[in-house]
Design a protein around this ligand. Structure first.
Ligand code: CMP
Length: 477
């Protein structure tokens, strides 16, 4: 298509040049006859002036064609060398200057007696008229020059201009206007002088530009799970850059749900509408697969209840507690009783479940997730053990009445079951042997916490009295 157009243009150029050269030849060849004819027909006007004007018009046309040809040749060469088109504005300025210079040269040759400078400078009225007529045009022209000099954006960048929020891909910057193609495939022309006054948001083509897509979930959906699921779904969508992992974060605790935003970076920003839509689609499917729900305006009336495990919910808890080794000797009734007395708590990754040094009167079983047992050394946390589903912690403070020996931090979203002093006392009353097996575990764990061999030996000594101290604490005989 472009090739045929160029071919047509070249043919048109050659024909036009040939016609003008022929006309010039005829004017020069038959000049005396032409003058005689004009002299007899138009009394009062110098025939020389008319032929002069005719020559001026023909030479000016030839000059115009020459400048066009030079323009194509020079900027075509620039494109070959640099690989991109020179801005239209630069091409136009070149044409205007070259044509003006040629025109003045031709004019002074044909009319040597007329002083061109005086013609322009002495004519004040001409100046005023020209000034007024060209006010906007010159404004655009100079704004265009400053845009070219500044180069705040280039062809191919996506820009949003001013209060009308015209957004589109820059197609051309001419001496008069910036031409952008909107995402509805419309062409919008914004005059350079308007653009110079308005704020312009530029998303450069060779830059990783980010987008935000909003969504929400019900309050019952876990943030850690939502963030993970959405991040994975979005990072695989087409046109989402692999260089930066999408960020999913809570934006607001909304009226009907938790509001989130996902920030992702695009390979090709000009396609952000399609990519936003694809991202939303991926989120929908990911929600479907992972049992997450979008929130819609609802009013939920909640009757407050103790967040205790009870009734039908108790089965998985009973199962979990039955699998904990220290509770293995308990009967099904005792385990169920323990499950009913347990309270479930959910912690986000990085949250502290218990803090070293705090008093404590309950122990915990990890129901889902993983926690780290941490000591603080020289102001930095050191992990001494990692506990996963089915493991328990917090028994030391519960059974000895001492402060917490270590901090417990959730490594991922973690659900723990808290069992209080009272429930454990009932269990001990029914199973006095449990105290002994527990005191062994506590002794082992104390050794794990000790920094040195000496300390370990001291802890061994201490643990000798552990059994009696637990019994005393729980009022067991
Ligand atoms: P408590 O002292 O009540 O609070 C911190 C808990 O970390 C502690 O009870 C134990 O349950 C647990 N803990 C301490 N040391 C270790 C260890 N070496 N291995 C596993 N758990 C531990």
């Amino acid at each position: 298509m472009k090739r045929t157009q160029s071919k047509n243009k070249a043919v048109l150029f050659l024909v036009a040049t040939a016609v003008v050269v022929l006309a010039l030849y005829l004017v020069f060849r038959f000049e005396p006859q032409l003058k005689d004819l004009l002299g007899s027909r138009m009394a009062g006007i110098q025939p020389g002036t008319i032929t002069g004007v005719l020559k001026l018009a023909l030479f000016a046309t030839l000059a115009y064609l020459l400048v066009r040809a030079l323009n194509v040749a020079i900027f075509g060469l620039v494109r070959l060398r640099r690989g991109f088109d020179a801005p239209t504005l630069v091409r136009n300025i070149f044409s205007i200057i070259a044509f003006s210079a040629l025109f003045i040269l031709i004019f002074t040759r044909i009319f040597p007696d007329v002083n061109l400078g005086a013609l322009f400078t002495t004519s004040a009225i001409f100046g005023v008229i020209l000034g007024l007529a060209l006010q906007d045009t010159l404004g655009n022209f100079f704004a265009g020059i400053s845009l070219q000099a500044d180069r705040p954006f280039q062809v191919g960048d996506v820009i949003t201009v001013g209060s009308h929020q015209h957004t589109g891909v820059v197609e051309e910057i001419t001496w008069r206007a910036i031409k952008i193609r909107t995402f509805q495939n419309h062409v919008v022309l914004i005059s350079n002088s308007t653009a110079a006054k308005e704020p312009i948001e530029v998303s450069p083509r060779d830059n990783l530009n980010a987008r935000l897509v909003l969504f929400n979930t019900l309050y019952t959906d876990s943030p850690a799970k939502t963030i993970h699921v959405v991040r994975e779904a979005v990072r695989e969508a087409d046109n989402v850059s692999q260089k930066i992992t999408p960020i999913v974060r809570i934006r607001n605790m909304g009226e009907s749900g938790v509001d989130y935003e996902v920030k992702y970076w695009l390979e090709d920003y000009a396609k952000y509408n399609d990519t936003d839509a694809l991202v939303r689609q991926r989120i929908w499917y990911a929600f479907r697969r992972n049992d997450l729900s979008f929130a819609y305006p609802t009013r939920t009336l909640l009757v407050e209840r103790r967040p205790k495990v009870s009734g039908g919910d108790a089965a998985p808890i009973v199962e979990r507690l039955a699998a904990v080794d220290i509770f293995a000797p308990l009967s099904t009734e005792e385990t169920t009783m323990l499950a009913q007395a347990a309270t479930s708590h959910v912690f986000a990754p990085g949250e502290t479940v218990i803090r070293a040094g705090d008093p404590g009167s309950s122990m915990f079983v990890v129901h889902n997730g993983r926690v780290a047992v941490q000591l603080t050394e020289n102001g930095r946390p050191r992990t001494v053990a990692t506990l996963s589903e089915g493991a328990f912690f917090g028994e030391m403070a519960l059974f000895t009445g001492e402060p917490r020996t270590a901090s417990i931090v959730a490594l991922e979203e973690t659900e723990v079951l808290e069992i209080g002093h009272q429930a454990m006392k009932l269990v001990f009353d029914a199973n006095p042997d449990l105290v002994e097996s527990l005191s062994h575990i506590i002794t082992e764990r104390l050794q794990g916490l000790a920094a040195s061999e000496d300390q370990r030996a001291t802890d061994m000594d201490k643990s000798a009295g552990l059994l009696s101290s637990i019994k005393r604490f729980f009022g067991l005989s």
